[in-house]
Design a protein. Structure first.
Length: 130
């Protein structure tokens, strides 16, 4: 898996934070959070993470982190008033943490319509009747 702060900066169209910048530490932490979430889901499904498509994993990590950077918290509207002036800004609501969307989970761990908990065949086996 090759998502780095440089990858995130490129996706956002920003310059990469420099060493010692708290933003660099945040991005590294959020990348690790996304990778950990994928690892935990794979463990829960008894799937080896190494068997996942590396490009898909990188895509999901990159998108989850960039989405979190763009929408970091639950704030939907912030208004500041000073004397006669005021400024208001509306944000798309975020979850306040790195979140992997359901369609990204489906990309990593596709389910098939034929997968079922159990199946009962009520018809006899035609080869068994011969």
């Amino acid at each position: 898996m090759a998502v780095t702060p440089e990858t995130i900066a490129e996706a956002l169209g920003r310059t990469t934070p420099t060493a010692g910048d708290p933003v660099l530490a945040q991005w590294n932490m959020w990348i690790a959070d996304a990778v950990r979430a994928i690892q935990r889901r794979a463990d829960k499904l008894s799937i080896d993470v190494a068997s996942l498509d590396v490009d898909d994993v990188d895509y999901v990590v990159r998108e989850a982190v960039t989405d979190h950077i763009k929408h970091p918290d639950d704030a939907t509207q912030v208004a500041v008033a000073i004397d006669d002036g005021n400024v208001s800004r509306t944000y798309r609501s975020g979850r306040g943490r790195v979140t992997i969307l359901p369609e990204w989970w489906e990309l990593l761990f596709p389910t098939t319509a034929t997968r079922r908990a159990f199946e009962i065949d009520t018809m006899p086996n035609p080869t068994a009747l011969r």
